[in-house]
Write a protein that binds this ligand. Structure first.
Ligand SMILES: *[C@@H]1O[C@H](CO)[C@@H](O)[C@H](O)[C@H]1NC(C)=O
Ligand SMILES: *[C@@H]1O[C@H](CO)[C@@H](O)[C@H](O)[C@H]1NC(C)=O
Ligand SMILES: *[C@@H]1O[C@H](CO)[C@@H](O)[C@H](O)[C@H]1NC(C)=O
Ligand SMILES: *[C@@H]1O[C@H](CO)[C@@H](O)[C@H](O)[C@H]1NC(C)=O
Ligand SMILES: *[C@@H]1O[C@H](CO)[C@@H](O)[C@H](O)[C@H]1NC(C)=O
Ligand SMILES: *[C@@H]1O[C@H](CO)[C@@H](O)[C@H](O)[C@H]1NC(C)=O
Length: 601
């Protein structure tokens, strides 16, 4: 407590933002909410109370597009390659892995308590956090908690929840997001009555797919909890009957990447057949149901904001709204789902309102979920030195900090792609659906460029220029013609790729400040902070010879040995790995992988 007070005094002295005391924080996080199908525009109360009163971060990204690893990233401020929680269930993820990695003892709510906060949480915390293991051990860090538990987490009408460590209670017949909204209201009331500043998190499951669990007859083992039986499906989300009449005419925006005539992407995405009309109708209804499920969250937002206002604390409270990862449905010919590196899956809403934050504003600085824990800690007047991200400057003049914040987002994924909905081929976890969904990617957003570069475990690569190609439809690696006359800052595509790859080499194993300032690993004296600077021809030889990102095999988790160079090797030793050729699953057209890395070096 003493250190936290000192920290806070030091912060208060330095802070230019004139916050009189540690502010309260209300953090609302939805589940799988898309940023690219207009879901936010269909939440009028979110707009009224948070978007119009706060600032939207237009370049906000998750770093790993799946719930549990993304939430671990969010609540630790560490990249997934540093938490090694890379999946939703054992052996690579889920609550047992979180406990094993020491994260239950050492993550944001614990730190916020040390900083003097009262902490509350209701909704889904992790995956594989179950009716059997919720007390093995109990979740740490919360003064009040009420957690949704597997295998009922995504069962909209049969939630089971454990309150403050008590035995799970069955909420069958009640609508899960409404149950969570009531609990949130209660915790917020309790928090407001207390003397300490509060950090209240609300995590309803909307608009996640519905997963009906078989009621277990006895204790479940870890894997059974994830796949209790054939009833278990990633089905259309359920909504409250009061919202059934809404969005009857809604259709998913027919963007260029909507069920395109030409396949796009790489690895399994490039192999997908076109969706037929039945599937497209189904996906439209799937998304309508997601929007309806979000109405319960929207109503909750109004209730919570009204409560803060009635109690006179709204002006002392920061309210965050975001989601864990994005979602696609029909884009790139995909069934509903996530787990991809495309903007549909990683580019997500982040809106913040609070004292000193501009109302109705948008900001273009690049931010990611890795920055959330540092941001929340800095509001509490505290900090740590093991963060892989940095606090988002909420109150300062953002433009002046843009360059020093960096342009990059480090995106990663290990495991499978899991199509959801009734046409998704997956029985979850029963058999692997789309294996080889392991990749490293870099999203780079500068003043005048917006780029995506990825390297797959199969050896395939992707590059998209999102200013020309916002739908990420035209992969330069699949069509060298695209690269022919392309220049950026007057430099060729080949020179650009050398830089992006070398940046990704640093990011894929970075830790701490290296993740925040990755160019420093290439230019020790801090002379290069942006891509444009790195493109200087003086560095051509260095970047050309730099070891390249590569995998030696496709693994379902973070297996170091499979991931090629992990250390930056002196450019004297030219040794890059091209990985493996693109796979050709039986009975499918071979993927025309024109242009291999070696064509360009
Ligand atoms: C919240 O929990 C922490 C850690 O157990 C404790 O120090 C603190 O006093 C609690 N706050 C309240 C308001 O009970
Ligand atoms: C689309 O494909 C599904 C699955 O094979 C099938 O059930 C459906 O009848 C097809 N619809 C059309 C219009 O072909
Ligand atoms: C971006 O614009 C700046 C000037 O605003 C220019 O100096 C730089 O070369 C441009 N970079 C790219 C990659 O186009
Ligand atoms: C930093 O590196 C750049 C590029 O190599 C060089 O031009 C500059 O002189 C260096 N500055 C210092 C202070 O060493
Ligand atoms: C996945 O990649 C491996 C190479 O790591 C390859 O042998 C296998 O055929 C691929 N599987 C599929 C279904 O594409
Ligand atoms: C990550 O966890 C998995 C599963 O426990 C383990 O096999 C792997 O070696 C770990 N990776 C690293 C880099 O520690």
């Amino acid at each position: 407590m003493k250190t936290s007070l000192l920290n806070w005094l030091a912060w208060a002295a330095l802070c230019t933002c004139a916050l009189a005391k540690q502010p309260n924080i209300l953090f609302i996080i939805t589940d799988d909410q898309d940023g690219h199908m207009g879901s936010v525009e269909h939440m009028p109360l979110l707009k009224k109370h948070i978007i119009d009163q706060g600032t939207s971060y237009e370049n906000h990204f998750c770093t790993i597009a799946i719930c549990c690893p993304s939430r671990v990233n969010l609540w630790t401020g560490r990249a997934a390659h540093n938490t090694n929680v890379t999946d939703v269930g054992p052996p690579y993820g889920g609550y047992p892995k979180i406990v094993k990695e020491g994260i239950n003892d050492d993550y944001l709510p614990v730190w916020m308590q040390s900083a003097g906060y009262s902490t509350y949480y209701t909704g889904k915390l992790w995956n594989a956090h179950t009716i059997n293991n919720y007390n093995q051990p109990f979740v740490k860090g919360y003064n009040g908690s009420d957690f949704l538990l597997d295998p009922f987490t995504y069962d909209y009408w049969h939630a089971r929840m454990s309150r403050n460590g008590e035995a799970p209670r069955d909420y069958s017949g009640q609508y899960s997001p409404d149950v969570v909204a009531d609990k949130a209201y209660g915790f917020l009331e309790e928090a407001i009555e207390g003397d300490a500043p509060f950090f209240v998190t609300v995590a309803p499951i909307a608009p996640h797919s519905n997963i009906v669990a078989n009621p277990p007859s006895g204790p479940l083992n870890e894997l059974e909890v994830l796949a209790p039986g054939p009833v278990n499906k990633f089905a259309i989300p359920e909504y409250a009957p009061r919202h059934a009449h809404l969005f009857k005419d809604y259709k998913i925006p027919r963007t260029e990447n909507f069920n395109p005539e030409q396949a796009s992407g790489a690895s399994w995405v490039a192999q997908l057949p076109r969706l037929n009309d039945t599937m497209i109708d189904y996906n439209d209804e799937f998304q309508r149901a997601r929007l309806r499920s979000l109405q319960s969250v929207d109503e909750m937002i109004e209730r919570l904001i009204n409560l803060l206002e009635e109690k006179g604390v709204l002006e002392d409270t920061f309210v965050f709204f975001t989601t864990d990862n994005g979602f696609h449905a029909s884009q790139h010919r995909m069934h509903p789902g996530k787990e991809c590196g495309y903007d549909t899956d990683i580019h997500i809403p982040l809106v913040i309102r609070g004292p000193g934050i501009a109302a109705g504003a948008t900001k273009n600085i690049v931010t990611s979920h890795t920055d959330m824990a540092p941001t929340l800690m800095s509001l509490a007047g505290a900090s740590r030195d093991d963060f892989d991200g940095s606090a988002i400057p909420l109150l300062e003049d953002h433009e002046s900090t843009e360059v020093s914040r960096g342009e990059h987002v480090n995106v990663e994924f290990w495991g499978i792609g899991l199509p959801e909905g009734k046409f998704g081929i997956a029985e979850p976890f029963g058999g692997l659906s789309y294996p080889n969904n392991t990749y490293k990617a870099l999203r780079l957003v500068g003043h005048n460029y917006s780029l995506y570069y990825s390297v797959w475990c199969t050896g395939e690569r992707e590059f998209y220029d999102l200013h020309r190609d916002p739908g990420q439809m035209h992969n330069f690696f699949a069509d060298p013609q695209l690269a022919k006359d392309y220049t950026i800052a007057g430099r060729s595509w080949q020179q650009l790729i050398y830089r992006l790859d070398a940046l990704l080499v640093v990011l894929k194993t970075c830790k701490g400040n290296t993740c925040v300032k990755p160019w420093n690993s290439h230019h020790k004296n801090g002379s290069v902070e942006t891509l444009t600077e790195a493109l200087n021809p003086r560095f051509d030889n260095y970047y050309m010879k730099h070891p390249k990102v590569g995998f030696s095999s496709c693994e379902l988790g973070y297996i170091k040995e499979a991931e090629g160079n992990r250390e930056r090797i002196s450019h004297a030793g030219v040794q890059w790995q091209t990985g493996l050729e693109a796979p050709t699953p039986e009975g499918q057209q071979p993927f025309q992988y024109r242009g291999s890395w070696s064509d360009w070096v």
